[in-house]
Design a protein around this ligand. Structure first.
Ligand SMILES: Cc1ncc(COP(=O)(O)O)c(C=O)c1O
Length: 328
């Protein structure tokens, strides 16, 4: 039986994507082999990678002067790659600190430069996004860095800050403006060097072929849903279902400022944390898993990315209401 999986990542995939990958596992499109067995330089995989990029560009409407790189090393790897590629002789960068992931970016950057914290919401346990007027930006900074969605704290920007001519770097995905490719420190490892990666179409070495293939299937699925505007409507409806329940309840609570609430990750706490284990056990019995909050903050967290169907969120809300009635 399939469960409703509320994990923050690795996270739920759309079921049609998993079915398609299963069908193609042994023999991709008559090639007689699975995607993980293909040469990354062969025509089959090159086709898969090109379609993934084309569909991604279409989904996000990415301008031609932005590169898309499919890289290994994840966001944590990019925390080092960003200063190495963008410092270009400057000695500092500006950071907006909105939680655990911003802190990780700041810590890594201090290995390469002075990391100036231009604004922070630490004073209120990272429950809000500091207003743009309060940011103390330095006109000599090499770039301004922020995290658009703090997946642990459940805090999300609903606006894009203007920072003038200074490059704005966001921990959100991997699209890169092409005029920024020429700035890397000479000591930057090739694998972290965006210009080298771009010149080799993200195939400087063996790329994460299976991840690119699955990402491509997800992009196709998203386009078939009607693209981002359609999936956004569903995501807003999903988030509203949970926040409405949280706002009405005195049994559960979420401390994030209303306008900065994440639509992707909804952390919440039970007033009485001695009920946490019973809550999680009961959820599992109802086919809902991975609801435990991040160890740094405790409580619960429902991650409800694109692949989580509204039926899953409805099941969670029904369960939460029922649990409150029995224990509240
Ligand atoms: C906002 C954010 N930044 C960075 C990371 C780290 O990503 P990775 O493990 O792929 O390096 C995560 C992982 O969950 C994240 O949610």
């Amino acid at each position: 039986m399939r469960v409703f999986n509320f994990s923050p990542g690795p996270a739920a995939l759309p079921e049609p994507v998993l079915q398609r990958a299963a069908e193609e596992m042994l023999d991709w499109h008559g090639s007689g082999m699975g995607v993980m067995e293909m040469s990354h330089r062969g025509k089959e995989f090159i086709g898969i990678a090109e379609k993934a990029e084309t569909d991604f560009r279409k989904l996000l409407d990415i301008p031609a002067n932005y590169k898309v790189l499919f890289l290994q090393g994840g966001a944590i790897g990019e925390n080092a790659a960003v200063p190495m590629n963008l410092l270009a002789g400057k000695s500092s960068a500006d950071f907006v600190n909105t939680g655990e992931w911003s802190k990780k970016s700041i810590k890594e950057a201090t290995k390469f430069c002075k990391a100036n914290v231009a604004a922070s919401s630490e004073d209120k346990h990272f429950t809000y996004i500091p207003a743009r007027e309060t940011w103390k930006l330095d006109s000599n900074a090499a770039y301004v860095h922020l995290c658009t969605n703090e997946t642990i704290g459940g805090v999300e920007y609903s606006w894009t800050p203007g920072v003038g001519d200074i490059p704005l770097v966001a921990d959100m995905s991997s699209h890169i403006r092409d005029d920024l490719l020429d700035r890397a420190l000479p000591t930057t490892p090739s694998i972290l060097n965006w210009k080298e990666q771009s010149a080799s179409e993200s195939m400087l070495n063996t790329p994460p072929t299976w991840a690119v293939y699955i990402a491509g299937l997800v992009f196709e699925w998203l386009l078939a849903q009607g693209g981002l505007p359609a999936i956004e409507r569903v995501n807003i409806a999903k988030a509203n279902l949970i926040y409405e329940l949280l706002d009405r309840s005195s049994f559960y609570h979420n401390d994030v400022r209303r306008e900065d609430r994440s639509r992707m990750n909804v952390p919440f706490k039970l007033k009485n944390d001695s009920l946490d284990e019973a809550f999680l056990r009961g959820a599992k019995e109802h086919g809902m898993v991975q609801l435990k909050g991040h160890r740094s903050v405790g409580g619960m967290r429902a991650s409800i990315y694109n692949a989580m169907p509204i039926a899953g969120v409805q099941a969670l809300v029904d369960y939460m209401r029922d649990f409150e009635q029995r224990h509240g």
